[in-house]
Design a protein around this ligand. Sequence first.
Ligand code: PRT
Ligand code: ZN
Length: 283
Amino acid sequence: MLKIAIQKSGRLNEDSIKLLKECGIELNNGNKQLKASAFNFPIEVYFFRDDDIPQYVYDGVADIGIVGENVLLEKAKDIDLAYRLGFGKCRLSVAVPKSLSYNGIADLEGMKIATTYSVILQNYLNEKKINAEIHEISGSVEIAPGIGLADAICDLVSSGSTLFTNGLKEVEVILKSEAVIVSNKNLSAEKKAILEKLLMRIHSVKSAKNNKYIMLNAPNNQLKNIAALLPGSKSPTIVPLAEEGWSSVQSVVNENDFWEVIEKLKQFQAEGIVVMPIEKMVL
Ligand code: PRT
Ligand code: ZN
């Protein structure tokens, strides 16, 4: 059994359970208990506070875990980053009162900065050769400047609305973070094999999400242009149509390039373009 630690409640809990589900792993109970097991995969799920996960993975209480990269770096345990999951995206930033004129990082010199991320912040300040006083607090960091506790803060930001409502502006991005799979460095061969299987499933789910299946009809004299736009996994599938001089083309297109590719396909006289979501993509 591979033991995986996920957040008990909070921002990463739901997405972590959803990911396991999309990988075909059904849990036998919710996160009301400390532990759940799966019907159909050799995995046991433990629910912890996210801050404790790096330590537990280091100690081997869990073999792997899902945490924000921000927590991994802050706890600085000797564990591996095994996979970037693409959810829980945020950034760790320094923010100052909106009214303060800010011209660059040198302005942080001598400031008092409130944060729950003192390790990452200290490393950053050292790297930039800035002397500032780090004031470590455990929560509600964003109110610190307003009550005179600090000149600036360093905290996680996603939409920016918390900063805005507290009269702060983001001035330096220290880290771009997302949820990651962390792993103990000394897994047995059996556990490594289960982890490999899990990562293969996760990768298939993630690739499917990033891609769309596309089918279209094209005149044969444009097939070269169209094939160049749609590389597919090897090359697009091209099948002649009953109508003379026309073919059906099937391929996969990356979500990021989607609209650009569609516009170009139209220029190359593609017709009847059909786009479908992909359920899984095993590469
Ligand atoms: O109870 P436990 O200790 O497990 O949970 P927690 O309260 O420490 O963590 P939680 O659930 O808030 O966050 C878990 C992880 O989600 C973090 O470690 C990040 O990796 C990730 N994440 C993504 C975020 C955010 N986005 C986020 N916006 N974590 C926190 N925030 C907070 C931020 O601290 C600030 O208070 O949201 C506020 C800012 O949000 P915006 O949208 O107003 O900018
Ligand atoms: Zn936490």
